[in-house]
Ligand binder design. Structure first.
Ligand SMILES: O=P(O)(O)OC[C@H]1O[C@@H](O)[C@H](O)[C@@H](O)[C@@H]1O
Length: 306
């Protein structure tokens, strides 16, 4: 499945690194980081991180055992980058919707080929940057000109992701987005998310009604909510805790498909809903952003120990 070499793909840069190497996984090119302190796997398609783990630890991200690594197909698990719109185009505000020429959820960035910009290595950290220039090549999906630059910083403390969007068009650019993090759990029924109490959420399963959250979020069946807060969160599972700290975000999506939707999802085992949850650092619903010509916005998350 995985074939490592130092030979860069046509879309990659030179590979003169100590801890990072090119790899072909399925039909896709990826960068594998094998640092003495941590490991990571990052695909050029979608700038999609599927694996991060400090040495001797299990993957901090959930990755479906049915994930397929094919051009143009979203990888199920890891951290899909949803950009330049989040969710169903029809659920986005008119300013965003008017640019979208497709019915696909979560934008085109997660299946587009990103360009490697830079790899920086040190004794403590590896930093990888990729870019996606959304120009006329993406006309069939979207009408706009923007640059997305994403930087992953891996260290023994955790993994930081920063996604900067710059409006390259003259007209204001409205967009929504998310870093759609899949996390593993041993048992979803013994999993909770702390930090969302005292906030409001949109319950997308109940006609998009507003609901007040009190206390921790528990999972009993399908959950699909957009919380109106970007506060730091702690995810507690039977085997440990993770802390997610965001920047540039005032919305957080919490999702688990439950047993019913699990059967309809692509590349997703029927019982896998018991072993995963998504906590997505977002600019979604009323937290969408508007950039004037040349302006930038950074959405970021740090995933660390709690
Ligand atoms: O199957 P996709 O397009 O990867 O989407 C997965 C899920 O992504 C979540 O962000 C949405 O809130 C869910 O409604 C959706 O089912």
């Amino acid at each position: 499945m995985s074939d490592s070499s130092s030979k860069p793909p046509a879309t990659g840069g030179p590979g003169n690194w100590s801890f990072t190497r090119w790899s072909t996984i399925g039909q896709l090119e990826a960068l594998e980081v094998h640092h003495p302190l941590f490991q990571a796997t990052l695909f050029l398609q979608g700038a999609h991180l599927t694996h991060f783990a400090p040495m001797d630890e299990r993957n901090w991200l959930w990755l479906s055992e049915l994930a397929r690594f094919q051009p143009g197909r979203a990888i199920r698990g890891g951290i899909p980058v949803c950009w330049p719109w989040f969710g169903d185009p029809l659920r986005n505000p008119p300013e965003i919707r008017k640019r979208i020429a497709s019915s696909s959820a979560h934008g085109f960035a997660r299946t587009a080929l990103w360009r490697l910009e830079d790899v920086r290595e040190s004794a403590h950290e590896v930093e990888v940057s990729l870019s996606l220039s959304a120009n006329d090549d993406f006309q069939e999906h979207w009408d706009g000109h923007a640059l997305a630059l994403i930087t992953f910083s891996f260290s023994i403390r955790g993994c930081q992701i920063a996604l900067t969007t710059t409006n390259l068009s003259k007209a204001p650019l409205a967009f929504s987005q998310a870093l759609h993090t899949y996390l593993p759990t041993d048992d979803i029924q013994r999993t909770r998310v702390l930090g969302l109490g005292n906030s409001q959420y949109i319950d997308t399963l109940k006609d998009w009604d507003y609901v007040s959250q009190e206390g921790p979020v528990y999972f009993e069946g399908e959950v699909d909510r957009i919380y109106e807060t970007g506060e730091a969160l702690t995810v507690v599972t039977p085997s440990g805790k993770r802390k997610l700290t965001s920047v540039g975000s005032d919305s957080t999506v919490v999702w688990n498909p439950g047993p019913g939707k699990a059967q309809r999802l692509s590349d997703f085992p029927d019982s896998a809903w018991q072993k995963m949850l998504c906590v997505e650092t977002a600019n979604a619903a009323s937290d969408y952003r508007v950039l004037n010509e040349g302006q930038s916005h950074t959405l970021g998350v740090f995933i660390g120990r709690a």
